[in-house]
Design a protein around this ligand. Structure first.
Ligand SMILES: Cc1cc2nc3c(=O)[nH]c(=O)nc-3n(C[C@H](O)[C@H](O)[C@H](O)COP(=O)(O)OP(=O)(O)OC[C@H]3O[C@@H](n4cnc5c(N)ncnc54)[C@H](O)[C@@H]3O)c2cc1C
Length: 527
């Protein structure tokens, strides 16, 4: 039921905002969930019509002392798009869905887009000119560009191209004081930000241990914590801020627009499917293949394939009783690359359970990728009592440790008597681990906490990360200090303090010591 306080808030907001203000329970329902295990009821949801609404909203939240959470497509898996105060969701209207200022030059293009642009709309826009955004997320149908930047998103092609921050040329955002900052317009950047960031940068750079950790982890695919790697570069204040907003999960400012770089979409592609009777062996093969300058290397466990088979018509090449390694090769030299893949597997003496399959036909390759991108939707609920819950779903380890990691983590699942579906962008060391929880057994929260502790123990042993691409959230925040160490964790806290000293933006998603099962949904048994 809507409280008097909520009604009062809504009335005040409606006097300042042109967009929609939602306060009754049915209208708020879509904003209480994302793709995580959580359920959090906001006081009010606001759908700003245009930029001025966002500026007004930030000022209002500051005056009222209310937390403010931005929401894109709500596809996040760590519970970072949910909040107890005001949730701001950018509607897909003419203003927030705008793509403009496209400029192409040779192999690259630049495009400006509002934060509410659907990922797929941007890809379709770029594709008509022969380009694409290489941070090609599998949630392209629902996630928005603002959400992609805020989570430092990437996809299967991160192996070749990296994550979205590499393609970020400009960010426009609103600060905690309601200022509109354009990172390429120096005059719009508040002096306090420039000064405090310069000071933090100089202290980080003179901390030899911190620099060493950052350098060591720089080559890893990481979306956990703030993007402190940015401080290692000699960027302008605007460039530095744009990089820091990548992966900030709405906790440093509200992103309203960005300029991104697209790359030439490679039309000449081939794909190779390898079949393995052991996941550890598949992991070893991935390590051998990832260095051959291929575009992507994915892994899909036999258990995952078995669940997929129940829910979709798999191409014959995939429907084998084996762990799969899928390699994409691109460009004019792709067939020579196919040969190199074959040789590498032969020379490495990898035990394969069936001959390699090579797909050369574009439609066939597209079919493989389409299926790969649908995996999560297809496996979530394999049997009435089983759920592939988002708990340890986005880990990353240095790729050279992938096989050992798979071995150790399989042992963890066996010890906890869990079957786990494993798939992911293995070439970058990024695995989506989806243990199947029997939700009819008692103490689901306790079992979830224990499996997270046990899996992350292994992840940290190999110098890995709790999140390689999906980003921070309540699910991972309690492990942040352990992952990064006291000093870097401290710098992250300082960074938050520079941008948002009152802690208004999305509290609890980066720094949080509460159990990860706090705010967990209680209806997993409900279907
Ligand atoms: C089926 C499926 C497949 C996925 N595949 C991938 C994948 O391939 N690669 C990948 O990286 N991730 C993937 N994800 C995770 C998720 O889709 C990404 O994290 C995505 O970038 C989130 O975008 P969103 O618009 O849905 O953001 P939301 O989930 O709405 O929000 C995510 C975070 O971004 C913040 N945020 C959103 N908009 C703004 C804004 N305008 N300003 C400031 N902060 C903002 C929110 O506060 C929140 O902290 C997948 C998820 C699912 C369910």
């Amino acid at each position: 039921m809507t409280s008097d306080y909520q009604t009062l808030l809504a009335d005040k907001l409606r006097s300042r905002i042109v967009g929609r203000v939602l306060v009754d329970a049915p209208s708020l329902r879509p904003f209480m969930r994302d793709q995580s295990i959580y359920h959090i009821e906001p006081l009010v949801a606001v759908l700003p019509k245009h930029l001025d609404d966002v500026l007004q909203l930030v000022r209002f939240a500051a005056e009222e002392g209310l937390p403010l959470t931005a929401r894109g497509g709500g596809s996040g898996t760590a519970g970072s798009a949910l909040g107890e105060g005001i949730v701001m969701a950018l509607p897909h209207n003419d203003f927030w869905g705008r793509v403009s200022d496209f400029v192409a030059s040779g192999r690259q293009a630049r495009v400006q887009c509002a934060a509410g642009v659907l990922h797929n709309d941007l890809q379709r826009f770029l594709k008509q000119y022969g380009y694409f955004l290489p941070a090609d997320v599998s949630s392209a149908d629902i996630s928005r560009i603002g959400g992609n930047i805020a989570t430092k998103a990437s996809g299967p092609h991160a192996l070749k191209y990296g994550s979205i921050d590499r393609f970020l040329e400009q960010v426009v955002f609103v600060t905690d004081r309601g200022e509109l900052v354009d990172t390429v317009a120096a005059a719009s950047i508040p002096l306090r930000l420039t000064r405090q960031l310069a000071d933090l940068q100089s202290r980080i750079r003179s901390d030899a241990e911190a620099v060493q950790i950052l350098r060591r982890r720089q080559g890893l695919k990481i979306a956990s914590g703030y993007n402190l790697f940015a401080f290692l570069h000699d960027w302008s204040p605007g460039q530095l801020i744009a990089q820091l907003l990548a992966g900030s999960v709405g906790s440093l400012g509200l992103i309203t627009g960005a300029t991104l770089r697209g790359e030439i979409f490679e039309r000449q592609r081939a794909a190779v499917l390898g079949y393995f009777s052991s996941m550890v062996e598949a992991g070893r093969a991935v390590c051998a293949l990832r260095n051959l300058h291929v575009a992507a290397v994915e892994i899909i466990s036999r258990e995952t394939v078995a669940v997929l088979q129940q829910h979709a018509d798999l191409p014959a090449d995939m429907a084998m009783n084996a762990h799969l390694v899928l390699v994409e090769l691109s460009g004019p030299g792709r067939m020579e690359q196919v040969e190199r893949v074959q040789q590498a597997l032969q020379v490495g003496g990898f035990r394969m359970s069936a001959p390699l399959q090579v797909a050369r036909d574009e439609a066939e390759i597209e079919q493989l990728w389409a299926l790969r991108k649908r995996i999560l939707w297809l496996i979530r609920h394999p049997e009435p009592h089983l759920r592939a819950l988002s708990v340890v779903n986005d880990v990353g380890v240095p790729p050279e440790h992938l096989a050992e990691f798979i071995h150790d983590v399989q042992q963890v699942f066996a010890r906890h008597q869990l079957v786990a579906l494993i798939y992911g962008h293995a070439g970058s060391g990024n695995l989506h681990l989806r243990p199947l929880f029997d939700v009819t057994l008692p103490d689901l929260p306790g079992r979830i906490r224990r499996i997270a502790d046990a899996v992350y123990e292994v992840v940290f042993r190999y110098g890995g990360t709790t999140s390689a691409e999906h980003g921070m959230g309540r699910l991972r925040a309690p492990y942040l200090q352990r992952e990064w160490g006291t000093a870097l964790y401290g710098y992250m806290r300082e960074l938050k303090n520079i941008f948002d000293p009152r802690g208004m933006f999305n509290p609890g998603v980066v720094f949080n010591d509460r159990p990860i099962t706090e705010h967990m949904r209680d209806d997993f048994t409900g279907g």
